[in-house]
Write a protein that binds this ligand. Structure first.
Ligand SMILES: Cc1cc2nc3c(=O)[nH]c(=O)nc-3n(C[C@H](O)[C@H](O)[C@H](O)COP(=O)(O)OP(=O)(O)OC[C@H]3O[C@@H](n4cnc5c(N)ncnc54)[C@H](O)[C@@H]3O)c2cc1C
Length: 471
């Protein structure tokens, strides 16, 4: 074996796939009994339930490139119409203005007429049109930055629910440089974030009219069989390679330095001595494994906070709703008395998620309401059922209820994240033949994890080719 990949999530699988393509003999060891990590799709009573991610963005190329290389283009599905998303505010559901960019409108008209903001709040946002550039050189909280330019209403009612939910933390703590560097680029190029967003909208519509790109469609995609189909595709491709060994139920207990590289001690006591090791375990576990081989990297990794998130999937008969729920779901504004952060009506958003006459809801619980995520499983599911009842009018018990809790596994890219990652990677880089990749470092989304896995594999091929490390 030339390469060892620790962790069989999407990062580790993408790395193993790239190593196999390059003709490197590789062993992947996964602690649990199944592969895919947070990508976990289950079929239950005709519902297609996503326990972790349910889709990914198509504009980060690595995700769609992987889909194409696995021959899965035919399985790609895009969100169904109508694509309306609501914000729950003041106990009501208010539609998100049409044609939104990251956090600002890409067309003025829907924003002017939206009831989401009062005329005074819109006027405050308009201040962005005349404010000079902030020209900040250092990192700052996304919420702090947006509040200064656009006022508190945009943050509490729109940007916070949109971005805070993705990372499961407060938008004021999220790193502008790591999470939305394009906002700073927009300010540099256009001074006003509003003008930049409108310019981006015009450019997108123009290229859509010329048929040069998808244009104004949703950036999100998934596969007809759920994100788990990506895992199945990868395993199918790896099965035909004789140079690949995959071992589930095989936790790595410790990593240790050898004269020229790293050796991995398995929980069974077996010791593996690869030329290169790619470590893709979640942050807290990766830090534990690094303690002996790269203590400075371990200490740095522990400064990247990891939060707990949960997905509660609820299935209903359509008749349990007073009228069929419309749109893709809702985000929860700051100050609402709900336990959940967001809710996707999966059967409205994607084809084939629920049997005929049934509705599949996915309630997401993160850090907005800190108390909810700490509840015992039963209470958390009960809280999600209550929130769906009060917001969408669902009556009675759901026909399906499933909870997936990801405890301390969601990396939070807080202010200064890029510097922290640079020092962790530099410290790990001092150990010959050791590479780190995955969600804690350079992007939590599926495409970013695929890109990191492939990037680590390329680096491993270079190291093996140069004979620079050995177990
Ligand atoms: C609820 C939720 C919703 C999300 N929604 C989206 C979404 O819609 N779109 C999107 O793009 N992203 C989403 N994400 C983010 C995305 O799913 C993750 O960032 C990504 O899947 C992480 O992949 P990974 O391979 O880096 O880590 P993981 O999937 O965590 O895989 C790491 C693997 O390492 C294994 N491991 C741990 N310790 C050891 C050990 N000692 N030895 C061997 N193996 C070990 C684990 O068992 C695990 O299988 C979501 C995440 C969550 C939690």
């Amino acid at each position: 074996m030339q390469a060892l990949v620790i962790g069989g999530g999407i990062t580790g699988l993408a790395a193993t796939h790239a190593l196999a393509e390059a003709g490197v003999s590789v062993t992947l060891v996964e602690a649990s009994g199944r592969l895919g990590g947070k990508l976990r799709t289950e079929r239950i009573d005709g519902f297609l339930v996503e326990m972790g991610p349910d889709s990914f963005v198509s504009y980060r190329p690595a995700g769609m490139q992987l889909v194409r290389s696995l021959g899965l283009e035919e399985a790609v599905v895009r969100p169904l119409e109508p694509r309306v998303v609501h914000i729950r505010i003041g106990g009501r559901l208010v539609p998100l203005p049409q044609e939104m960019g990251l956090v600002l409108p890409t067309r003025l008209q829907p924003f002017i007429t939206t009831p989401l903001f009062s005329p005074l709040q819109k006027l405050r946002m308009g201040l962005d049109l005349v404010l000079p550039r902030d020209g900040l050189a250092r990192d700052v909280g996304v919420g702090v930055y947006l509040r200064r330019r656009l006022g508190p209403a945009l943050v509490d009612r729109l940007a916070g629910p949109l971005l805070g939910g993705v990372y499961g933390t407060s938008i004021d703590e999220l790193s502008l440089q790591a999470v939305v560097p394009q906002l700073r680029d927009a300010e540099r190029d256009h001074r006003s974030l509003f003008l930049a967003s409108l310019a981006a909208g015009r450019a997108r519509r123009a290229s859509a009219a010329q048929g040069t790109r998808a244009g104004v469609g949703s950036p999100f995609v998934t596969l007809s069989g759920g994100v788990g189909q990506l895992v199945e595709g990868l395993l199918g491709a790896l099965a035909s390679s004789s140079a690949v060994e995959i071992r589930t139920g095989t936790p790595v207990a410790a990593l240790a330095r050898t004269g020229s590289g790293v050796e991995a001690r398995l929980a069974s006591g077996e010791v593996l001595r690869p030329e290169v090791t790619i470590l893709t375990a979640p942050g807290p576990e990766a830090a534990r494994l690094l303690d002996e081989v790269a203590p400075a990297a371990a200490a740095g990794l522990r400064t990247i906070p990891h939060g707990t998130t949960a997905v509660v999937s609820l299935g209903y008969e359509a008749g349990q709703f007073p009228s069929p729920p419309v749109g893709h779901g809702f985000l929860v504004a700051a100050g609402e008395r709900l336990s959940i952060d967001a809710c996707t009506i999966s059967s409205n958003k994607w084809p084939g998620r629920a049997p005929e006459g049934r509705v599949l809801i996915r309630a997401y619980v993160g850090s907005r309401s800190g108390a909810a995520i700490a509840m015992p499983d039963r209470d958390l599911v009960g809280a999600a059922i209550r929130d769906v009842a009060t917001t969408l009018g669902a009556r009675g018990e759901p026909v399906l209820a499933r909870l997936a809790r990801w405890s301390g596994q969601m990396p939070q890219y807080t202010v200064g994240h890029l510097d922290r990652v640079a020092s962790v990677l530099a410290a790990a880089g001092e150990v010959p033949g050791l590479l780190l990749a995955g969600a804690p470092y350079r992007g939590v989304g599926i495409p970013d994890c695929v890109a990191q896995g492939r990037g680590a594999a390329e680096e491993a091929v270079r190291i093996i080719g140069s004979g620079a490390a050995g177990g």
